[in-house]
Design a protein around this ligand. Structure first.
Ligand SMILES: NC(=O)C1=CN([C@@H]2O[C@H](COP(=O)(O)OP(=O)(O)OC[C@H]3O[C@@H](n4cnc5c(N)ncnc54)[C@H](O)[C@@H]3O)[C@@H](O)[C@H]2O)C=CC1
Ligand SMILES: O=C(O)/C=C/C=C(\O)C(=O)O
Length: 496
């Protein structure tokens, strides 16, 4: 597979919006999508203006009244399975597009991103067929009684606003259940990663998804496509994954027309490593949770708390493992860490690397830009980085960095480990490493997060509730919880 888009591919741009089953360019400007590994142009992207966003929302509204709105769950489920098959059939195209947009290593994208894109459709194609509602028989004064039963209806047009870290995975995580429930969607992919959402438009057409059911509009956030979409009065619900401050802006937009929101936001996740853990497994899991996707996973670990008796050994072992990460060509199967998403994000991460030094951190590993060969000089690589020795008030321990780095702090008791983990405005995920399962259950119940893993990380059963506590989000997605968000319950009371 090629490292860059070919000249022909880049010239085939601009990447178009997908509205009402057709690819449409915009009357407005285009913006550049660059390969984070090299800085080279991947494609130009047609930015949707307010009128195009309006077209997309209106197409989605019309589609609700068309064949899609009349289909049975079985018919929709069968179509979603074809979408999943379509992604798998064109696996290599999705893989290449995702790698060019994100710079993530082929080993990761081929193992996680693209298969999960397809799995999301299969899981919700199943889920919709087993969805139940409640019913209550009630007494009435005449003795005949009445029967209440609930029915589920689609919410309508769902705005799906996506981040750049797991573009296809996170977009389909929302689109699949929304469509399974009979909604239509307008997707706003991140401006950094526009390609796979667009390619999915082709799959939707091939699978027989009616025009207007799946729409994609490209652009930025404030003052651009994201804001036009989330402010649009024709949108009936908004689902978003991304930064907490953006979540606040989206909630405000949703309040304008009183629409429900599902928000999956930032994190500052802790790992808690007890001295009785299986050290090999704890190191392997912590390596993934800190460095996978170059640390750009909302579930990733940026704070590691290690029981003092194990502290020095753990720090040494993590350092040795991280020093072996191999940066470079994302298309090379031997590459284990890619670049950050952009130069702008690299500036942000490097500013934290500088802050850590200024605050007096012991830099165990990294802390700078790696020297790679000339092909990657335009890329956004940073070194995997480990710190110790900072107080808990330090900004690198408080703020979400979203880079390949962590701070390791020793603790002396279970109570202290729990208190340290919970001392954060965020509450997304944690991982606990111990061979004492009684302790694991006890600690898990006290950690204030939406998702706790014991002796694992990112082990995902797509039926389970997924989402954050505190400032890490509102609502849960996954399994029946997605179906709750993407449907409205209506009660019917029948007097017998
Ligand atoms: N999953 C997560 O928790 C993620 C967290 N981040 C964090 O967020 C930081 C910024 O990354 P961004 O991509 O800029 O995240 P972001 O939250 O600003 O953007 C995510 C999506 O929201 C859109 N958006 C931004 N402002 C909007 C608005 N006012 N109204 C409607 N849509 C809007 C963007 O265009 C993009 O599609 C990163 O440095 C990282 O720390 C980024 C990506 C994912
Ligand atoms: O749904 C998943 O398995 C993964 C979710 C990851 C994020 O939400 C993220 O990194 O933003």
């Amino acid at each position: 597979m090629a490292l860059t888009a070919t000249k022909t591919e880049a010239a085939a741009s601009p990447l178009r919006n997908f509205i009402d089953g057709r690819f449409v360019a915009s009357g407005k400007s285009t913006f550049e999508n660059r390969n984070p590994a090299t800085g080279e142009l991947v494609n130009l992207v047609a930015e949707a203006d307010a009128a195009m966003v309006d077209d997309a929302v209106k197409a989605a509204q019309r589609a609700l009244r068309g064949p899609w709105g009349r289909m049975s769950e079985q018919e929709r489920s069968a179509i979603l399975r074809k979408v999943a098959d379509g992604i798998m059939r064109r696996f290599d195209e999705f893989l290449k597009a995702e790698i060019l947009d994100t710079g993530k290593p082929v080993s990761l994208a081929s193992h996680i991103d693209i298969p999960r894109g397809a799995a999301n459709f299969n899981v919700f194609a199943d889920q919709v067929l087993t969805l139940s509602t409640e019913s209550f028989r009630m007494a009435t004064p005449d003795g005949a009684g009445a029967l209440n039963y609930a029915i589920r209806v689609p919410r309508g047009v769902i705005a799906v606003v996506c981040p750049w870290n797991l573009p296809l995975l996170l977009m389909t995580w929302k689109v699949a259940p929304a469509l399974a429930c009979g909604n239509t969607v307008v997707v706003k992919p991140s401006e950094e990663t526009p390609t796979t959402a667009t390619l999915l438009g082709e799959i939707m057409n091939e699978a027989g998804v009616p025009p207007g059911v799946y729409n994609v509009v490209h652009g930025f956030g404030p003052g651009s496509t994201g804001e036009f979409l989330t402010q649009h009065p024709g949108v009936d619900g908004i689902t978003f994954t991304g930064e907490t401050s953006t979540g606040r802006a989206i909630m405000t937009a949703a309040a304008n027309h009183v629409r429900p929101v599902s928000l999956e936001l930032g994190g500052k996740n802790a790992a808690v490593v007890f001295a009785d853990c299986n050290l090999d497994k704890a190191i392997e899991g912590t390596m993934r949770s800190v460095f996978a996707n170059c640390g750009q996973v909302c579930l990733g670990t940026e704070r590691v708390y290690v029981e003092r008796t194990l502290f020095d050994t753990f720090v040494d072992r993590l350092k040795s493992a991280a020093a072996n990460l191999r940066m470079g060509d994302p298309f090379d199967r031997a590459t284990t860490m890619g670049p950050l998403i952009s130069q702008e994000h690299r500036k942000k991460v490097l500013s934290f690397y500088d802050k850590a030094k200024a605050e007096g951190a012991n830099v165990v590993l990294g802390g700078a830009v790696p020297s790679l060969d000339a092909r990657f000089h335009g890329g956004s690589f940073v070194q995997p980085t480990i710190w110790t020795g900072l107080p808990e008030t330090s900004s690198v321990i408080r703020d979400e960095i979203f880079g390949p780095c962590c701070h390791i702090t020793p603790f002396d008791s279970e109570e202290e480990a729990i208190a340290l983990s919970n001392d954060s405005p965020y509450g997304l995920a944690t991982s606990i490493w111990t061979e004492n399962l009684t302790r694991a259950h006890r600690v898990a119940a006290q950690i204030e997060v939406g998702i706790t893993w014991v002796n694992s990380w990112f082990l995902r059963d797509l039926r389970t509730p997924f989402g954050g506590s505190k400032q890490s989000g509102i609502g849960r997605e996954g399994g029946v919880h997605s179906m709750e968000f993407y449907t409205e319950l209506r009660n019917v009371c029948v007097k017998l």
